[in-house]
Design a protein around this ligand. Structure first.
Ligand code: SF4
Length: 496
């Protein structure tokens, strides 16, 4: 075993919250489960790291066989440095009981430069802190670093032909910020070691804005278990500072909200949410709902897109993290009272860029007249505008589709219809169970867009390990339910 007390990741936990640092050592079993979409982000990060290594090729990789034992990596790092090896991946350093490994360490014959790879598109404060600890440990080990940089994704890169990793990545020196941070590191290390020494004395830290900022903690389930459903943290659109101002005044549930707190903290929509919940009251603005429904032009289309956002662009004329459409579901009501018909598109993941076949089928399926209802118009409209720009040969037809879009979210967003079951939200996942309680996503294999997106990306990259045919059926079922839900919501509004 390496025998370290802290690692780079536990040091980062300590900076975020002493309790997270403590629980990570003494309460591992309390950690939240990793979701599929989080796992996808981790896997994507690993892949980006491997790709970025090619910026400095022919290095020696010191990744250990087990993440629990860096002894050999540390020894080999010193050995390779003493023989002036040019490029080392995962060079490991242990100083003052703190362990770190740097993604890429480069020696140019005179000077050393260190590079840490991140899968995002900019440099955050967290990355600076992370690089600062690495700089501290590497220089303490006797390696004089000329520079330290973050290698991150350049979201302006447009893929044309083979992937150009020199364009895909941006190398940004953070040396100045890292040097400024050096004076704080010894104190931080000493403080975090003290936290870990006190096994029987867990830090008494209450929940706060730090739990979700700058990223979500993985002990939320444990630390937030005293917060019941329908608490002030479920107040839609209320800023985090206001929620914690209420919480710190002993207000957690809706019935604890005083008149004074209501007036100082809540807007009209939030007051409505509280009142509807406490009185179990439904709000209905029949007149506005009626005119919304009566203005709709038949045939009525109910449309929903699924997209993926690969960090490393898969197709020509696409950028990192660009939303790429790969699936839609379309229900059609030809006339009032007719039975809904269904069309759909799901790309073949191994047949290349899905956008062109997606557009061609969509244009055909949408016909020439009638309103096209979507739920949250900004999303579908945004994707259609991008498609019109990236494939100008279809722009006339795409713009005709855009002109026919209507937003089924309006009656809920404007609170023309509100029930306590919506819990302040107007998302389709909240509106559906409130209006159509017998319809639910809970029986589906794929239950939310993040999983659909991660699944299709893996299929398109050729890294998917599951049953492709079965998963394709699950993707179709999920997207179909989205537009069927819209049909049911429309029918419910009509009844009202
Ligand atoms: S959930 Fe919040 S209080 Fe609990 S360990 Fe995480 S950051 Fe700390």
């Amino acid at each position: 075993m390496t025998g370290h007390i802290l690692s780079k990741s536990t040091y980062m936990r300590g900076l975020k919250c002493h309790k997270s640092l403590y629980l990570n050592k003494y309460g591992k079993e309390l950690r939240d489960e990793t979701s599929d979409s989080q796992q996808y982000i981790f896997d994507q990060g690993t892949e980006i790291g491997e790709l970025a290594a090619n910026l400095f090729p022919h290095g020696i990789d010191l990744t250990p066989d087990s993440v629990f034992d860096y002894t050999e990596s540390i020894r080999r790092t010193q050995e390779l440095i003493s023989r002036k090896e040019r490029v080392i991946y995962e060079a490991a350093f242990l100083q003052e009981g703190v362990l770190c490994a740097i993604d890429i360490l480069v020696y140019d014959g005179k000077n050393y430069r260190a590079y840490e790879v991140k899968g995002s598109t900019s440099v955050s404060d967290t990355y600076i802190q992370d690089a600062s600890l690495q700089y501290y440990l590497i220089t303490k080990s006797g390696v004089k670093l000329m520079d330290i940089s973050i290698v991150h994704i350049n979201n302006e890169y447009v893929k044309k032909g083979d992937l150009d990793i020199n364009q895909l990545f941006t190398i940004q020196s953070v040396l100045t910020e890292v040097l400024n941070e050096q004076k704080n590191i010894p104190n931080n290390i000493a403080e975090f070691k003290k936290v870990l020494e006190k096994k029987n004395n867990p830090p008494t830290i209450d929940i706060g804005a730090h739990c979700n900022s700058p990223y979500s903690c993985d002990f939320l389930g444990h630390c937030w278990k005293h917060i019941p459903e329908n608490s002030i943290f479920d107040l839609s659109g209320l800023r985090s500072e206001k929620k914690f101002a209420l919480y710190n005044n002993g207000i957690i549930t809706f019935n604890q909200i005083t008149k004074e707190a209501e007036e100082s903290f809540l807007n009209d929509k939030q007051k409505m949410q509280v009142f509807a919940e406490l009185e179990q009251r439904t709000y209905l603005d029949g007149e506005n709902i009626r005119s919304f429904i009566n203005e709709l032009q038949f045939p009525l289309y109910f449309l929903d897109f699924e997209t993926m956002m690969p960090a490393i662009p898969l197709y020509d004329d696409s950028r990192p993290f660009q939303q790429i459409v790969f699936q839609y579901s379309l229900h059609i009501l030809k006339s009032k009272g007719s039975t809904p018909e269904h069309d759909e598109f799901l790309a073949e993941p191994d047949k290349g860029d899905p956008r062109r076949p997606f557009i061609e089928k969509l244009i055909k399926d949408c016909g020439n007249s009638g309103d096209i209802l979507v739920y949250n118009i900004g999303f579908e409209k945004g994707r259609l505008n991008e498609l019109a720009e990236d494939f100008p040969e279809y722009s006339v037809s795409i713009n005709k589709i855009i002109a026919r879009l209507k937003d089924l979210m309006i009656p809920f967003f404007k609170r023309w219809y509100y029930t306590p079951e919506m819990k302040g939200s107007y998302s389709i996942k909240s509106v559906l169970p409130a209006l159509v309680p017998d319809m639910s996503y809970s029986d589906l294999e794929i239950q939310e867009g993040g999983t659909a997106s991660a699944t299709f990306t893996e299929m398109a990259r050729g890294t998917f390990k599951g049953d492709v045919a079965k998963t394709r059926r699950a993707l179709i079922e999920y997207c179909t339910l989205d537009t069927l839900a819209m049909v049911k919501i429309y029918q419910k509004l009509k009844e009202i």
